[in-house]
Design a protein around this ligand. Structure first.
Ligand code: PMP
Length: 433
């Protein structure tokens, strides 16, 4: 099977190239291969399975919905109605009082980003957008144009005009040598100037699009003061604040939505990945009602809502509340921090960063301090050989990243993060791959 996979790889690439096994099934935090070996899955379909693989209650609900009415469209059904009410009900009280609406977009995260930008342009009548260095928003032409992760964007020619990049990503390698907190605050001052300096080139933008933790960019949480100042500067410039919560949303950071921890009220929120709870693609934007400026039919498409996703998504929220999943995220996050933070003493570890159950360990050349993708590759490869699946990200893929299921147990965190810490410690002594 592996040989066949390798042969077919050139015709149909799979997401993690070179995963040296074939998956038979998933169970909770584990994947099982065709030979019956188990792996701890700390990738979780790139964060799409908040309650792990094949959660029995979600399987039941989805199967039932499949037999009742399954459809790719957001047709008016009870289940759609309930999904909408549940998600608007999860917004902070002040936002519910202000009035927000949901628009069902195409199924992927990038589709929600495209919709958010389009809505901001319609609502403001403006064209320019401010995005951030190190940010990642997807691979449609527009979402890629907003992506400031240069390794990903640079090979793409002819990106969309009118996108301006502001600094945010360099906190672990601040050109001014500042610590993360002061570095981001310093960046905020630059952004304020950029947004005010209308005559200096940038027209007042329609929107500022921000990740509260840059995920693909290497797990870089934004500092609260940075976020407050960016939000205030956007408001002053009349630009809508879009938070891309495709990765941080649905409980990943320990609150249902990450922006709740920052005390801001975004104008538009992008949600996708974990929204259905079962990996069935679903994408929405939640936006302030006053910006409800699209004429009916202005933003349509075949797969924009999904009855299966609605049913499983409602059940996911019910399980979150019943099992106090957000509390689990916070407890497990504290545990991960305790295991990973001592690694910062190692000369080849630049920084350990995370929020909730989104963590990254940035590796560097111990002599020069340059980002070290090959060390991260050794760690990832050794981890999979020993039964743990992790991801990489950031510049030159030098950050080893984890996105465990949000109902992961203390035992699994201890064992898997302990193993990862050992691999990070010993990777400099290993022959490069
Ligand atoms: N925004 C963010 C913050 C993401 O992390 C991702 C995916 N990693 C996307 C957008 C794009 O989502 P999709 O791959 O579903 O288009």
């Amino acid at each position: 099977l592996l040989q066949r996979q390798a042969e077919h790889e050139s015709n149909a690439r799979s997401y993690p190239r070179n995963l040296p096994f074939a998956i038979a099934r998933g169970e909770g935090s584990f994947l099982v291969d065709v030979d019956g070996n188990s792996y701890v899955d700390f990738l979780m379909g790139a964060g799409v399975l908040p309650l792990g693989h094949s959660h029995p209650e979600l399987v039941d609900v989805a199967a039932r919905q499949l037999g009742v009415f399954a459809h790719g469209l957001d047709m008016p059904t009870e289940v759609k109605d309930e999904f909408t009410a549940v998600h608007l009900g999860l917004l902070p009280d002040a936002m519910r009082a202000d009035g927000y609406k949901i628009h069902f977009c195409g199924p992927t995260g990038a589709n929600t980003v495209d919709a958010a930008i389009k809505l901001a342009k319609t609502a403001t009548g403006r064209r320019e957008i401010m995005a951030f260095r190190g940010g990642f928003h997807g691979t449609t032409h527009l979402a890629m144009s907003l992506t400031g992760l240069l390794d990903q964007r640079e090979p793409v020619a002819n990106t969309v005009p009118g996108v301006h990049f502001a600094p945010y990503s360099h906190c672990s390698r601040c050109p001014l040598g500042l610590e993360r907190s002061t570095c981001q605050v310093n960046c905020a001052a630059t952004i304020e100037t950029q947004l005010r300096d209308v005559n200096g080139g940038m027209l007042p933008p329609a929107a500022v699009i921000l990740e509260l933790v840059q995920g693909e960019g290497g797990v870089i949480p934004a500092e609260p003061e940075f976020v407050h100042r960016v939000a205030a500067a956007a408001r002053e410039a009349g630009a809508l604040l879009i938070v891309d919560e495709v990765q941080t949303g649905c409980g990943r950071t320990g609150t249902w939505l990450a922006f709740e921890q920052y005390g801001i009220e975004p104008d538009i929120i992008c949600l996708s990945k974990a929204l259905s709870g079962i990996g069935t693609p679903l994408g929405i934007i939640i936006y302030r009602s006053e910006f409800d400026t699209w004429a009916p039919g202005a933003h349509t498409g075949t797969f924009r809502g999904n009855q299966l996703g609605f049913a499983a998504g409602i059940e996911t929220v019910r399980i979150f509340e019943r099992d106090d999943i957000l509390d689990n995220v916070q407890r497990r996050a504290a545990q991960v921090r305790r295991i990973f933070e001592p690694l910062e003493a190692l000369p080849h570890v630049r920084q350990v960063r995370g929020l909730g159950l989104m963590w990254g360990i940035e590796l560097q050349d111990p002599e020069t301090g340059a980002p070290e993708g090959s060390l991260a590759r050794i760690v990832q490869r050794r981890a999979v050989e020993l039964g743990l699946i992790v991801e990489r990200g950031g510049r030159q893929d030098c950050v080893v990243r984890i996105l465990p299921a949000l109902n992961v147990t203390a035992e699994v965190i201890d064992a898997a993060c302990g193993l990862l810490a050992e691999l990070v410690e010993s990777c400099v002594d290993t022959t490069p791959l």
